[in-house]
Design a protein. Structure first.
Length: 373
């Protein structure tokens, strides 16, 4: 039976000079207005002026989401080109210097930057967000907790941030190393019920620490605006196919957890600690590493875990009509993530005796090209 549970996708991009691919420190005059004239309220600014975001409509099928996101990427790229700009979909910009970044002009961002100070400037990272609808909102916290062991797998599949400030970091996904400097980030706390979560949020609001739950920036969180559970862990995916593969994995896993309330019901502090370790391993090795398996008490290759997870979720993916996109998670394991592609371009350029500066420029050019394919 088909499942028409709705979802939405948000993608963040860097705004760069079309020729040099250097990140823009200020949002160029007229660019955002022109983008809004073309895409309406589906495009918006982010915390830093060097970033821009597109937001899909509400969808029930991956085909609709794919067509819309592909069209929006293309339209945004066309508007950017008319302003001497380009867009890059990656978790970090290979050469951007955080100290030169400027906040976007908006009251919310003014408040956030005042609170975060230098950490706000260092937040020059781009992510992928996926919203999965819930019929029963009271179940979101339970599912959020049981989803925790899967989050590192999603991170590994999305890695697109091997460079930071013109340096190869040695990590496949550096973005979360920078992002998790912020408060209320990382894996969610182990709340069991909606009431426990609501108590946490109300305490911080009453104490005037945050204004509302939208200032809770966990890797996955209940949305304040929508009846959804919002995935926030992935890097911005250079390839649209990867965005949709991760969305399919997430949506299918959420549906599976809703259908199987006893699955991972015994999640413990040890389980969260293991997920935290695996999150690091995902950032460090991407798809090439292994995760600690709590039940088997050994490590299992990420590729094997992806295969096991895809098989487990076949019924749910079929119901959601996203089995093809879910299967692309296996393709990612074969061809590599964006991080693999970036490192291949970089090493190849260095092998051709390009300077480190020119090699990184080749990486940025590759990201820009792949973003619009």
């Amino acid at each position: 039976m088909s499942d028409t549970r709705r979802f939405g996708i948000e993608e963040e991009f860097f705004v760069v000079d079309a020729e040099t691919k250097a990140v823009m420190r200020r949002m160029p005059h007229g660019f955002l207005d022109a983008a809004k004239a073309r895409l309406g309220d589906r495009v918006g600014s982010e915390m830093l002026q060097s970033q821009i975001e597109i937001t899909s409509s509400v969808h029930t099928t991956p085909t609709g989401a794919r067509n819309e996101l592909q069209a929006m990427r293309g339209a945004l790229g066309e508007v950017a080109a008319k302003h001497g700009l380009a867009i890059l979909a990656s978790g970090t910009h290979p050469t951007a210097m955080w100290a030169t970044q400027r906040a976007s002009d908006a009251p919310r961002y003014d408040s956030v930057m005042h609170d975060l100070q230098m950490l706000g400037q260092r937040n020059i990272v781009c992510g992928l967000h996926v919203h999965a609808e819930f019929d029963d909102l009271s179940r979101r916290i339970d599912v959020m907790g049981r989803l925790m062991p899967t989050i590192p797998l999603i991170i590994a599949l999305s890695t697109s941030s091997p460079f930071w400030q013109s340096r190869a970091t040695g990590l496949m996904g550096y973005r979360l190393a920078a992002y998790d400097e912020l408060p209320r980030t990382g894996l969610p706390e182990m709340f069991k019920t909606q009431a426990e979560y609501d108590d946490y949020v109300s305490l911080l609001v009453e104490a005037r620490v945050i204004e509302d739950s939208s200032y809770v920036w966990w890797a996955v969180r209940p949305s304040r605006r929508f009846p959804t559970l919002e995935l926030r862990a992935p890097d911005s995916c250079t390839h649209l196919d990867d965005s949709l593969a991760i969305a399919a994995l997430y949506r299918s896993m959420v549906r599976y957890l809703i259908r199987h309330p006893d699955f991972r019901a015994d999640l413990s502090p040890l389980s969260r600690a293991v997920a935290q370790e695996n999150k690091w391993r995902a950032q460090r090795y991407g798809i090439h590493g292994s995760f600690v398996d709590e039940a088997r008490r050994t490590t299992v290759s990420i590729a094997d875990l992806v295969r096991e997870t895809v098989m487990m979720l076949e019924e749910d993916a079929e119901a959601l009509d996203c089995q093809d996109d879910l299967g692309r998670c296996l393709d990612i394991c074969l061809r590599g993530t964006s991080a693999d592609g970036q490192l291949t371009v970089w090493k190849s350029a260095l092998g051709l005796a390009e300077t480190p500066h020119d090699a990184l420029r080749s990486v940025k050019t590759w990201i820009a090209q792949q973003t619009l394919q």
